[in-house]
Design a protein around this ligand. Structure first.
Ligand code: SF4
Length: 377
C-alpha cells in the first residue's frame, strides 16, 4: 500500500487544477446543501442530478421549508429521479432535525447515521465536506477507485470486501483538507477512473495503481454475480372520465413507489369489475349489447402494449387497459384524484405513469373511446 500521504497529496494536487469546483452544491457549502446533494447523488449521475438539485433548492431553500412542505410536493420534485425512498427519508429527516436538533444537522457521524436515509458513507461525506472533519467515505465511485488502485479481489457489495475497502478508505483519508480530499476522490472516480474506459494516463495516482501496473484495470472491481430477476405482471387501469381526466390512486406510504400516485391495478382481467366497484366507477367503453348484464366483457377492453419497468430486485411488466368511466358518486378521501393527462399537477409520479400521461396519444385514445361510448349509449 502506498503511504497514505502520497495518495492524498497527489489527489489534492490534481483536484486543485481539475476538480469540479463549479458544481452547484460546492458553492456556498452548508450541511443542508451537502446533505441534499449527497442523497440525490446516491445511485444517480451528476448530470441527471443537476436540474433536480436546482429545482429542489429553489423550492426548499432550507430545512424548515422542506420539513413544513407536504410530502406530495417533495415527491413531485423527485419525479423521474427514482429510488423514491430517498425523498421520503429526506422529508422525515428534515422533520426530525427541526423538532429534535433545532433545525441543525448533527455534526457527529454517529448521530447522523441515526437519521432516516443517512448511511455511513453519507454521514462521512456530510462531516468531511461541510465541517472538514477527517471522515472516510465509500460511495460507488470510491469503491471503484480503491478496488482498482489496491487491486482488491471480490465484489464490493460483499460484506467482507466492503469491510476491507472501509479500512483502506479510513487509512488513506488525510487529517487536513478533508473536504477537498473527499470531493477529489469522488471526482477521480466520476471523471477519470470511470466504470468503462478509465483515463489512466491522466490519473494522478497512476504510478502507484496496482491494477494499472498489472495491466488488469478492467478486472476491477469484480462484477456483481449475475442474478436472474423475477418478473411480476400487472395491469394498469387507465380510467378517464368524460372530461378526459385520469384517475390516479395514491400508493401505500411504504414499498415500491411508496406515497406516489399511480393507476389502479389488477393482476388479471377478471378483477377489473371488482376494482371498478371498489373505486365506485362504472366502465362505459365498448359495451357488449349481447351481454345480459350490459357490462363490458374482458375481450372488449382496449389494451396498450405490455411494457417493462425494472426495479433493483424485479421486473414489472405492465399492460395498460384503457377505460372510459363515469363516477357513481363523489370519491371521498385523500387517496384518489382525477388529473388532466397533460397537466397532472404537483404530484409525485413514478416514471412510467408520468410517461404514459405525457403521451399525447392518450388524449386521442380517450376521444375515440368516449365517442364509442356515446354511440353505444
Ligand atoms: S490508474 Fe486508472 S485504474 Fe488506477 S486509479 Fe487511476 S484511473 Fe483508476
Amino acid at each position: 500500500m502506498v503511504k497514505n500521504a502520497d495518495f492524498a497529496n497527489k489527489l489534492l494536487g490534481w483536484y486543485d487544477q481539475h476538480g469540479r469546483a463549479d458544481l452547484p452544491w460546492r458553492q456556498h457549502i452548508t450541511p443542508y446543501r451537502v446533505w441534499i446533494s449527497e442523497i440525490m447523488l446516491q445511485q444517480t449521475q451528476v448530470n441527471t442530478v443537476l436540474p433536480y438539485f436546482k429545482r429542489f433548492e429553489e423550492r426548499f431553500p432550507d430545512i424548515y421549508t422542506l420539513a413544513h412542505a407536504p410530502l406530495d410536493g417533495v415527491l413531485h420534485l423527485w419525479t423521474g429521479l427514482g429510488y423514491y425512498a430517498r425523498a421520503r427519508n429526506l422529508h422525515k429527516t428534515a422533520n426530525i432535525v427541526c423538532t429534535e436538533f433545532a433545525g441543525k444537522l448533527p455534526e457527529d457521524p454517529e448521530q447522523l447515521q441515526q437519521l432516516p436515509g443517512i448511511g455511513r458513507s453519507t454521514a462521512g461525506a456530510i462531516c468531511a465536506i461541510a465541517h472538514d472533519q477527517p471522515r472516510a467515505i465509500l460511495d460507488g465511485n470510491v469503491k471503484r477507485v480503491l478496488s482498482r488502485h489496491y487491486a482488491i479481489e471480490g465484489w464490493p457489495g460483499q460484506s467482507t470486501i466492503q469491510k476491507q475497502l472501509w479500512q483502506i478508505s479510513e487509512a488513506i483519508t488525510p487529517e487536513s483538507r478533508c473536504a477537498d480530499y473527499t470531493q477529489a476522490i469522488m471526482d477521480l472516480g466520476a471523471t477519470l477512473c470511470t466504470r468503462s474506459k478509465p483515463n489512466c494516463t491522466a490519473c494522478p495516482v497512476q504510478p502507484s495503481c496496482q491494477s494499472y501496473s498489472n495491466d488488469a484495470v478492467n478486472q476491477y472491481p469484480t462484477r456483481k454475480p449475475k442474478k436472474i430477476l423475477p418478473t411480476r405482471k400487472t395491469f394498469f387501469l387507465v380510467m378517464a372520465d368524460d372530461r378526459g381526466h385520469i384517475l390516479l390512486q395514491k400508493r401505500p406510504p411504504v414499498g415500491i413507489w411508496g406515497g406516489l400516485w399511480s393507476f389502479p391495478e389488477c393482476e388479471n382481467q377478471s378483477e377489473i369489475q371488482e376494482v371498478c366497484a371498489q373505486l365506485d366507477v362504472t366502465p362505459l367503453d365498448t359495451l357488449d349489447t349481447s351481454n345480459q348484464k350490459n357490462q363490458p366483457t374482458t375481450n372488449d377492453y382496449q389494451y396498450g402494449d405490455e411494457q417493462r419497468h425494472t426495479f433493483s430486485h424485479y421486473h414489472l411488466d405492465y399492460t395498460p387497459i384503457y377505460l372510459s368511466v363515469t363516477l357513481k358518486s363523489q370519491i371521498a378521501g385523500q387517496q384518489m384524484t382525477w388529473v388532466a393527462a397533460d397537466c397532472p399537477g404537483k404530484l409525485g409520479l413514478p416514471r412510467p405513469v408520468e410517461k404514459m400521461l405525457s403521451d399525447m396519444c392518450l388524449n386521442n385514445l380517450f376521444d375515440s373511446i368516449n365517442k364509442n361510448a356515446n354511440t353505444a349509449n
